[in-house]
Design a protein around this ligand. Structure first.
Ligand SMILES: [Ca+2]
Length: 232
């Protein structure tokens, strides 16, 4: 009986535990996963059952020269319900439901942070990507699509099914910080402020300063260095 309890405890520990933390000044570090068995990822818990307008902002730091998922939101109907990924040439692909759009070869830092924001409005279908203070023109994707039902939001891996279907060649390798998600299109002024580390209203769907999350595998929480540090 004791052995069973011990095994159960180990299984629970391996599954990670849910935490709610202010991660200001912190980053998740996803090192390489050479054996491809650890599948490190972080589940982000959000209380939402319907999304028709949204903004996602995050900062990432990576030298990876292959496709990698930056943000993966799946429903039971659409595995790529809201998804942002990037390839080795700096092309970014946004998915909404079964629709997608690719922004080809945007200038991306490989030895510095990249600040990315993605906006989408279902009613018009207008979508826009921001990168390091620059922006794309408006594109159309997912017009009239509404994200409904339970959502599974994961960073570090890309979902090919609800809460799973991870592939090592889609995984994220590097550091990520300051992830926020809003249920509206954030103003250009606020997005520029986010990118310049100015003040902005934190996300009301996902808030890095009050994040509810569960870590699995080799993901490390460390001090972030996006802001020039004041060394002691
Ligand atoms: Ca997928």
């Amino acid at each position: 009986m004791e052995m069973k309890m011990l095994l159960f405890s180990v299984l629970l520990w391996n599954a990670g535990r849910c935490e709610v933390r202010d991660l200001s000044g912190k980053q998740f570090s996803f090192p390489n996963d050479p054996k491809g068995v650890n599948l490190p990822h972080v589940v982000l818990h959000a209380k939402t059952t319907s999304i028709s307008t949204m903004t996602i902002c995050l900062r990432f730091f990576s030298q990876l020269k292959r496709m990698q998922g930056l943000f993966s939101l799946a429903t039971r109907v659409h595995e790529n319900s809201l998804m942002l990924n990037k390839d080795g040439q700096g092309s970014y692909k946004v998915h909404v439901g079964s629709d997608s759009y690719s922004y080809l070869q945007l200038p991306t830092n490989h030895l510095d942070w990249n600040s990315v924001c993605w906006t989408w409005d279902s009613q018009t279908g207008l979508t826009q990507l921001w990168l390091n203070g620059l922006r794309t023109s408006q594109k159309l994707v997912g017009m009239n699509h509404i994200v409904r039902g339970d959502v599974s939001i994961i960073i570090g891996q890309e979902q090919d099914e609800f809460q799973g279907g991870f592939k090592t060649n889609d995984s994220f390798e590097g550091d990520m910080t300051d992830l926020h998600m809003w249920d509206h299109v954030v103003s250009a002024c606020d997005i520029r402020s986010y990118m310049n580390q100015g003040s902005f209203d934190p996300g009301n769907v996902l808030n890095w300063n009050n994040l509810n999350y569960t870590v699995s595998g080799n993901v490390f929480t460390q001090d972030a260095d996006f802001v020039e540090p004041v060394c002691q």
